[in-house]
Design a protein around this ligand. Structure first.
Ligand code: DAT
Ligand code: MG
Length: 149
């Protein structure tokens, strides 16, 4: 089953949009596999965004990402990466259709409230970077269904 790394950025956390973003992935049918409030270091963020190092907006992006805690999540399910990005919308919120998270809640590309992996390979890299201790997947014990108190 495919996994994707979704992160609520500092502005999304500050604006109280964590629940709204979780709600949309749950409603779509994806399974929440990991979740943590984190305070990443500059070095950690530079690694996460290493492909963008040469861009003029890179220092501003890192500064913004350091401005408060983020919520890192792993969501699992069929085509989680591609569909996750559809739920998020376009990188530039002004190009995002209403109905998407960025389309509904953001205007500026530099404050686009959420991150989503762009390929299954990058998703696994990002999951390893943000959840370096691994993710324990506990199976639900169905025997409790027969125990009624
Ligand atoms: P995405 O987050 O949609 O995968 P990306 O990987 O190209 O987009 O860029 C990472 C983040 O960098 C993006 O969410 C916001 C910021 N960014 C991208 N292009 C930008 C630009 N032209 N000006 C300012 N920030 C930008
Ligand atoms: Mg990206």
């Amino acid at each position: 089953m495919e996994r994707t790394y979704i992160m609520v950025k500092p502005d999304g956390v500050e604006r109280g949009l964590v629940g709204e973003i979780i709600k949309r992935f749950e409603a779509k049918g994806y399974q929440l596999t990991a979740l943590e409030l984190m305070h990443p270091t500059k070095e950690h963020l530079e690694e996460h965004y290493c492909d963008l190092k040469s861009k003029s907006f890179f220092p501003g992006l890192i500064q913004y990402m350091l401005s408060g805690p983020v919520v890192g999540m792993v969501w699992t399910g069929k085509e989680a990466v591609k569909t996750g990005r559809k739920l998020l919308g376009e990188t530039n919120p002004l190009a995002s259709l209403p109905g998407s998270i960025r389309g509904d809640f953001a205007i500026d590309v530099g404050r686009n409230i959420c991150h989503g992996s762009d390929t299954p390979e990058n998703a696994e890299k990002e999951i390893a970077l943000w959840f370096p201790r691994g993710i324990k997947t506990a199976k639900r014990d169905k025997s409790i269904d027969t125990l009624i108190y």
